[in-house]
Design a protein around this ligand. Structure first.
Ligand code: TXA
Ligand code: MG
Length: 334
């Protein structure tokens, strides 16, 4: 595979799937067969994808991201039929899969003992996080024929990538191929749920609003107490999605020289003296805000400020996922 060179560094080849789907499919299948990790667009965020049955390939994911190996990876499937080969579905989980796949929902399910998914992908757990992504990723997995392990395509702890340019800036020198499908439609990672004796636990709020899941399941989601979230979904707690600047939440005024990220057209005191002022959704649409979140965080950070102030964001619908990410971005760093 040929890749470009920039500033003396080897850079990833970028293929726009909208320009040449076939070339993208072929290059991606070849790289995955050779055990590489590549950047794959999904409707939530860009993923760093590798063959979930190949230990050397999975090792590349952890090394490329600098990700702790106790943090299991989501295994992406082409469809429910493929997922059934690797995981055991209880009735509630199957109903959710039928309602929301392909889409931004990850189900944590018992791993079938005969599944060829490697223990490095599941971090040795007897469960597996599975999801069927929307769009080109589903087609790619179908063509490749095996599940793809894929965390978000960013350095561990940094802000997730929602465009090919984000991936290139972060991981471009470390991976051979980036598939470009334009900006991610949803903009935050999938919602993760786990069924336990017929009850559903929310492990991570995400791009599918909890109330949508509750409507189909006919039951409220059990939410982990904040303090026990680390045990529910390993590697989920504390500092994450962290920009270089510090993050200040629920700001009602902005200090001179700070960056401001507002919501819903809110008038914020001092906004005119902010270094940069952005609004996640002037019309107050939480789906639009989610889609803009990581890109705006990166833009605010790139303006060189030492602090980013965020306006309050409602906690309903996709606001739950947005506030979850902001709290992690604001958490003390180690
Ligand atoms: O939208 C998404 O989910 C994106 C795109 C690329 O699909 N992927 C993603 O993966 O966000 P990642 O690796 O950044 O997040 C996976 C989360 C982690 O918090 C991990 O702890 C949890 O899923 N997880 C994976 N397998 C699990 C399991 N068996 N039990 C509990 N949590 C699990
Ligand atoms: Mg991530």
């Amino acid at each position: 595979m040929t890749a470009g060179t920039r500033h003396g560094q080897h850079m990833a080849r970028i293929i726009d799937i909208r320009a040449d789907r076939q070339a993208a499919l072929e290059a991606a299948c070849a790289a995955l067969s050779d055990g590489f990790a590549i950047a794959m667009p999904t409707e939530t965020v860009y993923g760093l994808a590798a063959d979930a049955t190949n230990p050397a390939a999975i090792t590349r994911i952890y090394e490329t991201k600098g990700r702790p190996r106790f943090n299991p990876l989501i295994c992406h499937m082409a469809d429910l039929e493929m997922a059934e080969q690797h995981a055991e579905f209880d009735p509630v989980s199957r109903a959710l899969a039928e309602a929301f796949w392909p889409g931004p929902l990850t189900l944590v399910l018992p791993l079938r003992p005969a599944s060829p998914i490697h223990a490095l992908a599941t971090a040795g757990l007897d469960s597996v996080g599975v999801r069927v992504p929307k769009g080109f990723a589903g087609t790619l997995i179908g063509a490749f024929g095996r599940p793809l392990a894929a965390p978000s395509a960013n350095t561990s702890g940094a802000i997730s990538a929602t465009s090919a340019a984000h991936v290139e800036a972060d991981l471009g020198a470390r991976i051979p191929l980036i598939l470009d499908a334009g900006p991610s439609a949803v903009g935050v990672e999938s919602t993760i749920v786990k069924a336990e004796d017929g009850r559903l636990r929310l492990l991570r709020p995400g791009g599918l609003a909890a109330r949508e899941i509750e409507r189909v399941a006919g039951q409220p989601l059990l939410r982990a107490k904040k303090a026990s979230a680390a045990i529910e979904a390993p590697g989920m707690l504390a500092s994450h999605y962290a920009p270089g600047a510090s993050v200040r939440l629920n700001a009602t005024k902005v200090e001179p020289g700070e960056a401001l990220i507002a919501f819903g057209g809110a008038a914020v005191e001092g906004a005119r003296e902010a270094r940069i002022a952005l609004d996640l959704s002037p019309r107050g649409d939480l789906a639009e805000a989610a889609a803009n979140l990581f890109d705006y965080m990166k833009r605010a950070d790139a303006s060189g400020v030492s602090s980013i102030a965020f306006s309050p964001i409602p906690d309903d619908g996709l606001g739950e996922a947005i506030n979850d990410r902001l709290q992690r971005a604001a958490a003390p760093r180690d």
